[in-house]
Design a protein around this ligand. Structure first.
Ligand code: SF4
Length: 765
């Protein structure tokens, strides 16, 4: 493995390549010297626990310690929890709230490690301002007033010179909503988040076009009552969507059949009756063939299709030739296996779920693949039926009064206008509009980046850095010194979710519920909550009317009162349930129902797509396969980590400190690889991984692919536990294929070769 000393030289060389013409130099913040109890369900058995012991601990803990209501921010699932603190204001433990449908009283392994976010000594501690000393760019510590005054002056300058729309917000997580309010009040809706175009956007388009409804989060899947769950590239159990994993375990205990389609034998595959190790990039062929079997064998849900769908005849004609024999040649899944699994789904229907997945930006035709998944559910009649998908409902949180937002002259919509089905800002379009180009109608001149480490999140790192170097001003708000913070003009240290109030969590579940987050402890160091940062900037730029409160507590109290409860009550219960108002969870036999599509029906044939020149029914298109000597780069989640942000977390790093490269034994034999041998990866564009990774030889991955956990390979030295550990998949994703419907970036068309010699050894000179 490359030593940390050698790393410095190599990394500087890499950066020089990126920044040779740049005005903005990356600054390693390190140069300044700045300073559970987990359970999952039994079928997975990742973290075994004794329910009696859990209850005893909860009882015991609640007697001795002070508890605060919160909801977890370690991932997007937002499980409601109790944070327990002792008399010295130390957080002793975080446990799930029993009344919360997101967690049912059990946090996942990552969630219990949330306390590590608070205690991490590598956290950002004070505002920092970029400065030049003896011709060298560096950071100096600043007071909040100084940092906020500087930011406010830039807000004013950008507005005056280019218009407020030229200031973009790139965000993730709870802090984003506070900053979004600031930006909208300022006059900019040039706002985007990687969670859309680099993650789940295509499935919302695919399901939206078919059922007239986004899937949303949490997905309205009635997994606990299902008889058959089909996972296509969705690795529940490793991707710890807490309540879904619990329900999947219950379903398995109740005899449900799990069918997993994945080139890797995932944890979910190990719990499945059928594992279909599909050739990557061929999923649409399998989906079309499944539909062919259901229709040709007369196994589809006829009553449901007749009553609720439109375009069945067109679909029937479309899939006529997509026999399992046709699909076999493409997917490598045997025809009898395709037929057998289609029949299992039909036998379970309508209590069957073909899961929409979550991270679905794969090959560029992802909205159409998601649509094929939605249509398969339509044929089976699972949408609106027990054991399938339920009709979700959520409480609308009253808006705290503020003046109307000004109407921007342009915004995210205009940047993504070539993608007619985009419904949120597209991060890659913000990057494009930031890189100077004379054809650019809407140039972006400044960025605020909150809670997202764009360097390790977005593909095509060179382009991200080119855009960063082009902006006049960059503010980064984060709890940790991530790679992105080194490019900022101003760095603001945000406090963690355990130290702040945030917006009320309103969840779509079987019954609507709300949850609150109140501070369990005072902010450590000189960190501040995003609501305060937004308010302070707002007041400085004349937008005080939009932030007409002393403390966010006041906002929550007002909203809770409108909802018929109070902050006092919510502090005691953490989660409150409300009665459903939109009707039953499921359709009644023969019930009339209007879907939110133009036709009011589930649309097998989409006139909306046809009108825009797209295929009205999904078609299979062949995607490039790895050339000789290369393997498809597949990546996914580890149960212990979320994105790149948790890798340095002291509690979670203890559980998993580095990723490994899954390699099929055949490949290992050809390349002469040994177990735990250190290797480097080089992609099709000659990008070589900065660090090395250990080999894991396993039959659990197809011979044409390699696999690693996402989020590792940090190159910021201030991340004392995460620095240099493993390989970053993002670093090697230089090729993307854009989804023409909604602008999502397909990330799984990258191929790597495995290097056994240290490619950086000459850099040690
Ligand atoms: S699934 Fe785990 S990490 Fe995510 S919010 Fe729930 S407890 Fe936290």
């Amino acid at each position: 493995m490359i030593s940390k000393d050698n790393y410095k030289y190599i990394y500087i060389r890499k950066l020089m390549k990126y920044m040779v013409t740049s005005r903005r130099k990356f600054i390693k913040i390190s140069a300044l010297g700045l300073g559970g109890l987990a359970t999952t369900s039994a079928a997975f058995g990742l973290f075994k626990t004794n329910p009696l012991l859990d209850a005893a601990i909860k009882e015991n803990v609640s007697k001795k310690l002070y508890r605060s209501a919160t909801y977890c921010e370690v991932c997007f699932w937002k499980c409601a929890a109790w944070a327990y603190t002792d008399e010295n204001n130390n957080i002793k433990k975080i446990i799930g709230n029993d009344d919360d449908p997101h967690c049912n009283g059990r946090l996942c392994p990552r969630g219990t490690g949330g306390v590590g976010m608070y205690s991490d000594e590598d956290r950002l501690k004070t505002p920092l301002i970029r400065t030049t000393v003896n011709g060298e760019q560096t950071y100096r510590e600043a007071s909040w007033d100084e940092a906020l005054d500087l930011i406010a002056s830039k807000f004013k300058d950008i507005k005056e010179e280019y218009g407020p729309e030229s200031f973009a917000l790139l965000k993730h997580g709870s802090p984003g909503s506070h900053l979004e309010h600031l930006f909208k009040a300022y006059g900019s809706d040039t706002i985007a988040e990687p969670a859309y175009a680099q993650c789940r956007g295509p499935r919302e388009t695919g399901f939206g076009l078919t059922f007239g409804s986004w899937v949303g989060s949490p997905e309205p899947t009635d997994i606990r009552d299902t008889k058959c769950l089909v996972l296509i590239g969705s690795h529940l159990g490793e991707n710890m969507h807490n309540s879904q994993v619990q329900e999947m375990s219950d379903a398995i205990d109740n005899g449900a059949t799990i069918i997993t389609v994945d080139p890797r034998f995932s944890t979910a595959a190990s719990k499945s009756k059928h594992w279909l190790p599909i050739k990557p990039a061929t999923d649409i062929a399998l989906l079309l063939s499944w539909m062919h079997v259901l229709i040709e064998e007369d196994l589809y849900n006829k009553k449901y299709v007749e009553k609720y769908t439109k375009g069945f005849n067109e679909l029937k004609a479309h899939v006529k030739t997509f026999t399992p024999e046709w699909a076999y040649g493409i997917t490598t899944i045997k025809p009898e296996e395709i037929r057998k699994t289609a029949r299992i789904m039909a036998a379970a229907a309508p209590s069957v779920i073909v899961h929409p997945g979550r991270h679905v930006t794969w090959y560029g035709d992802d909205s159409q693949r998601s649509r094929a998944i939605a249509m398969l559910n339509g044929l089976l009649g699972s949408w609106g039926n027990r054991g399938g998908f339920y009709f979700k409902e959520k409480i609308s949180i009253p808006k705290y009064p503020h003046p109307d937002y000004p109407k921007p002259k342009w915004g995210w919509h205009d940047l993504g206008e070539q993608y007619p089905f985009a419904e949120m800002g597209i991060t890659s379009e913000i990057i494009k509009a930031t890189i100077p180009n004379e054809d650019n109608k809407h140039p972006i001149k400044a960025w605020m980046v909150a809670g997202t480490n764009l360097i390790n999140t977005l593909p095509q790192r060179e382009k991200t850095i080119e855009a960063i170097n082009a902006v006049d001003f960059l503010v980064v708000i984060d709890t940790m010194p991530m790679e992105i913070t080194g490019y900022a003009d101003v760095v603001l240290p945000e406090c963690t979710y355990l130290e702040r109030y945030d917006g009320i969590r309103s969840a779509t579940n079987r019954t609507p519920s709300i949850a609150v987050r109140v501070p369990a402890v005072k902010p450590k160091y000189d960190s501040k909550p995003a609501w305060w940062i937004s308010q302070q900037i707002g007041k400085r730029i004349g937008l005080g009317d939009y932030f007409n409160y002393n403390d966010f507590e006041e906002v929550i109290e007002w909203q809770l009162n409108k909802l018929g409860t109070s902050l006092d009550e919510m502090k005691k219960i953490g989660v409150k349930h409300f009665d459903r108002k939109s009707g039953p969870l499921f359709l009644k036999e023969g019930q009339d129902y209007e879907f939110y599509t133009p036709s009011g029906k589930i649309e097998f044939y989409s006139q909306q797509l046809a009108n825009k020149g797209f295929a009205p029914i999904p078609v299979y298109t062949a995607h490039p396969q790895p050339p000789q000597g290369f393997y498809r780069l597949n990546y996914g989640r580890s149960p212990m980590h979320t994105f790149s942000r948790t890798i340095n977390n002291p509690n979670l790093s203890d559980l998993k400190s580095e990723n490994m490269l899954w390699v099929n034994p055949k490949v290992a034999r050809i390349l002469g690889l040994k177990k735990h041998q250190e290797v480097w990866l080089k992609n099709q564009d000659d990008i070589v991984s900065t660090f090395s990774i250990k080999v894991r030889i396993t039959e659990r991955i197809r011979w044409d692919s390699v696999y690693l956990y996402h989020g590792f390979g940090h190159n910021n030295k201030k991340l004392s536990r995460a620095f240099g550990k493993g390989i970053s998949d993002t670093e090697l994703i230089s090729k993307t294929v854009v989804d023409p419907l909604m602008g999502g970036t397909g990330l799984r068309g990258n191929f790597v070769s495995i290097l056994t010699e240290n490619p950086h050894k000459n850099s040690e000179l």
